[in-house]
Design a protein around this ligand. Structure first.
Ligand code: PLP
Length: 292
């Protein structure tokens, strides 16, 4: 909110809410745009054509957002390395456009729940730009590591996305619930969600320096989550938070070494940040037993 641009940040309760807000806003923007092109179609006819995309590795909340928004979300196959790339998205979009569908949004993940894989934001952004599709990044877990210079690679392409969320209640030590959401153009959310009543009017309305966050979220009222963010930041400082994330990474490196040195176990995916995916060698039943 410090610049003249239309971008902005808001604290949501959870990654699920942030994703839902992005999906709903993208849906409403698509309806408005398509209505101008095809005035002969009703809004419900347009809504029936809308389609969204994510990877088959994305968190369950993405699929849930599709259910709530009544918009099918195609879970595209990630590569063998569990990364979603522009190629798969391009193929799906081209097929769907051919079938008369309207592509609306792609939700990529930086740090998937299963293996902490990072979708290829650069190639996805290129496809989204070509097809006028909203690109949202769910960085619920990994987003906290964006603060580290040595993890700068994770941020590649992020300047090209339309919206992003990461959970301060994960890596950033803020207690549940606290999910930061950033939007390249907050007006797109505000215009989609703006429903006014006489009792909601106030004298600061329309001033960009004083955003009306009720238009950026599902509920009307808001908790004062900024206070606990402020306290955490003041108590630990930026360096303290970075040290915390680095400690997680170094513990995971130690654990990865233990797994590698132990003949009974094997890694399932490369270690990423604080996540080591491993299993006992042999039949899957042994893994199930260990999990139990
Ligand atoms: N997205 C990813 C990548 C996650 O790992 C998780 C939770 O583990 C979520 C979303 C859901 O987070 P929340 O409980 O804040 O909705």
């Amino acid at each position: 909110h410090a610049t003249e641009g239309p971008g902005g940040g808001v604290i949501q309760g959870s990654a699920s809410e942030a994703v839902l807000v992005a999906v709903l806003a993208a849906r409403e923007q698509a309806v408005v745009k398509y209505r101008e092109l095809h005035p002969e179609l009703s809004d419900s006819e347009i809504r029936g054509k809308l389609i969204a995309y994510s990877s088959d590795q994305s968190n369950s909340c993405i699929e849930k957002a599709g259910v709530i928004a009544a918009m099918p979300i195609k879970l595209l196959p990630a590569g063998e390395d569990l990364i979603l790339r522009g190629e798969a998205l391009k193929k799906a979009i081209e097929e769907d456009v051919q079938d008369g569908c309207i592509p609306v949004i792609c939700i990529a993940t930086l740090g998937t729940t299963g293996t902490c894989a990072y979708d290829d934001i650069e190639s996805l952004a290129t496809v989204c730009e070509d097809h006028n599709v909203w690109l949202h990044v769910d960085a619920a877990y990994a987003g906290g590591a964006f603060a580290l210079d040595e993890c700068a690679d994770l941020r590649r392409g992020i300047d090209r996305v339309d919206s992003l969320n990461f959970n301060l209640h994960k890596f950033m030590l803020v207690n549940f619930d606290c999910s930061a959401m950033w939007l390249k153009d907050a007006n797109k959310v505000v215009d989609s969600f703006n429903v006014d009543r006489i009792y909601l009017k106030h004298k600061y309305e329309g001033q960009s320096q004083i955003p009306d966050f009720r238009h950026w979220q599902i509920p009307l009222g808001r908790r004062f989550r900024a206070l606990k963010v402020w306290i955490t930041f003041r108590t630990l400082g930026a360096e303290g938070l970075r040290a915390h994330v680095r400690k997680h990474i170094s513990l995971a490196e130690q654990f990865e070494k233990l797994v590698k040195d132990d003949k009974r176990f094997e890694l399932v995916a490369p270690r990423a940040l604080g996540l080591v995916c491993f299993r006992p060698k042999g039949d899957n039943e042994i893994t199930a037993q260990l999990l139990q």
